[in-house]
Design a binder for this molecule. Structure first.
Ligand code: FAD
Ligand code: NAI
Length: 476
């Protein structure tokens, strides 16, 4: 029987990174993963993120943005392109190519770092002295490996909607939404969260009429509401996404006429029939087949594996990271927890600050933030000051043809320490890193204001917002 220092279950961005880091620290490491490629005929490492999440969605966002730009934006640059055509199947093929390249890249990284890659479903069997026994099952064939430490990184799956079953033909989860080879004329989306907005944007740009039905009365409740309100206006008024808030779903039927959704909104009953319906109402932790109950691995009331602040479960030397534990369901959070756990096993003292984990929504304009929102600061009774600045007069944004959006810096009224940075605008997915860095180094808004920012860049808007926090904006 093979023995390892560390066995990781799951090779998503949490698990594969944990395995690589553990191996780099000198541990004999194996990573078990059951993921298969789109064709279902070969193992595919990388989990949700690489196969059916972050990476494929960003590929589609880029393709659809190009198509939209060719149709609507090129003319003002003096470029005539004639009759622009769109081939959804080709877009999906390109996306699949990127996925294959990156999932193959992990295989290579495992080889390079001497991580043993085991294909199959991993489950905790029990203890043999100080070692954990982990069963690996592949098409009915079972083997057992032993490990001093087990890191559970089994990720998450889409939250089901009791009203309708996902068939990934007409009623789609993230997998189906990323694989449409024809543009649906009418697309419905349940949930105006991150997936709803990103996938809604993709299909809207290439010609679908998109209606998003959201249960909450507030749009993007987790985001700073000044930014959320600006986003709502752009998405609905300028881009034509129909977003209904405060919706109560009554019935969904999937038949030869399409997918018919009956719902109530603002006291009125409505019915819409869509060609396709994406259900994106959040994700739930995945512990299926892990035998958590059998070995007494504790979960919370929502099904997340219970961990302490350092990702220790209730079982000795069993750790859990990523989407299967509390905290934001984000790839970078999963990876950083993976690194931290590997380093803790090695006796190091890493620290991961949840308050400085950045959030990004890859719409156009993009939305990004780090730290506290104004609403949170008010609720916590923290006295703060704020500075805002827009992209409208930023030279680089104008050159890009994307001069829309706002950056807001929130800082402590007494100490000036940066407490939050919120943005909507071009490439703010990249710009937010400066906010993260500032907060990690306990910077003041004055620190950002005194740092030289290259000209002309989008980062000048953050600079200007920091100046504004001190009431000395130069362009405001
Ligand atoms: P996962 O990536 O879910 O990986 C878990 C792995 O474990 C899978 O490979 C699974 O096959 C395997 N597994 C499960 N059980 C077993 C078992 N018993 N035995 C063996 N293997 C098992 N996050 C971002 O930060 N940025 C984004 O832009 C972004 N976009 C997204 C877009 C979409 C459409 C979706 C759905 C998600 C997106 N996310 C994004 C979220 C991100 O994908 C997840 O937060 C991240 O993948 C979680 O990583 P993980 O390692 O915890 O789990
Ligand atoms: P989400 O949590 O972002 O949004 C789900 C939305 O559905 C919420 O607004 C919720 O109020 C709504 N909802 C729930 N039940 C409903 C119902 N019955 N009727 C109508 N609306 C309902 O979840 P989503 O979009 O499914 O994404 C899952 C997770 O994947 C995200 O939480 C995020 O962690 C991750 N993700 C991250 C991305 C990024 O970082 N750019 C991109 C996509 C996903």
């Amino acid at each position: 029987m093979s023995q390892f220092d560390v066995v990781v279950i799951g090779a998503g961005p949490g698990g594969y990174i944990a395995a690589i880091r553990a191996a780099q620290l000198g541990f004999k490491t194996a990573c078990i993963d059951a993921g298969v490629n789109k064709a279902g005929d070969a193992p595919a490492l990388g989990g949700t993120c690489l196969n059916v999440g972050c990476i494929p969605s960003k590929a589609l966002l880029q393709s659809s943005e190009h198509f939209h730009a060719a149709q609507h934006d090129f003319a003002e640059h003096g470029i005539t392109v004639g009759d622009v055509k769109f081939d959804a199947a080709k877009m999906i093929e390109r996306k699949d190519g990127i996925v294959t390249k990156l999932t193959g890249g992990i295989k290579f990284l495992f080889q390079k770092n001497k991580v043993e890659s085991l294909f199959g479903k991993g489950s905790l069997k029990g203890r043999n002295g100080d070692l954990w026994q982990v069963e690996v099952e592949n098409k009915g064939e079972k083997s057992v490996v032993e490990a001093k430490h087990v890191i559970v990184a089994t990720g998450s799956v889409p939250r089901p909607l009791p009203l309708i079953e996902i068939d990934n033909v007409n009623v789609l989860d993230n997998e189906g939404a990323l694989n449409l080879t024809e543009v649906p004329k009418k697309l419905g989306v349940i949930g105006s969260g991150v997936i709803g907005l990103e996938m809604g944007s993709v299909w809207k740009r290439v010609g679908s009429e998109v209606t998003i039905l959201e249960a909450m009365p507030t749009f993007l409740a987790a985001a700073d509401q000044q930014i959320a309100k600006e986003a709502f206006k752009v998405f609905t008024k300028e881009q034509g996404l129909v977003i209904e808030l405060g919706v109560k779903l009554n019935e969904i039927k999937n038949d030869k006429n399409g997918v018919t959704v009956s719902y109530e909104v603002g006291g009125a009953a409505k019915t819409e029939t869509f060609d396709k319906l994406i259900v994106s109402i959040g994700r739930i932790p995945n512990t299926e087949g892990l035998n958590a109950e059998g070995v007494g691995l504790e979960k919370d009331e929502r099904g997340f594996i219970k961990v302490d602040g350092e990702c220790r479960t209730n079982l000795p030397n069993v750790w859990a990271i990523g989407d299967v534990v509390r905290g934001p369901m984000l790839a970078h959070k999963a990876s950083d927890e993976g690194v931290a756990v590997a380093e803790r096993i090695a006796g190091q003292k890493p620290h991961l600050d949840f308050n400085t984990i950045p959030f990004v929504i890859y719409t156009d304009p993009e939305i990004a933030w780090v730290g506290k929102t104004e609403e949170q600061l008010k609720a916590e009774g923290v006295e703060y000051k704020k500075g805002t600045s827009g992209f409208a007069a930023n030279g680089r944004a104008l050159g890009l043809g994307k001069a829309k959006g706002t950056v807001k810096v929130l800082a402590c009224a007494k100490t000036d320490r940066v407490l939050g940075v919120h943005m909507i605008g071009p490439m703010v997915s990249e710009l937010v890193a400066e906010g993260v860095m500032s907060m990690e180094f306990s910077a003041s808004s004055e620190d950002i204001a005194r740092i030289v920012h290259a000209h002309p860049t989008l980062s000048e808007v953050l600079h200007e917002a920091a100046l504004a926090a001190d009431k000395r904006a130069l362009h405001g």
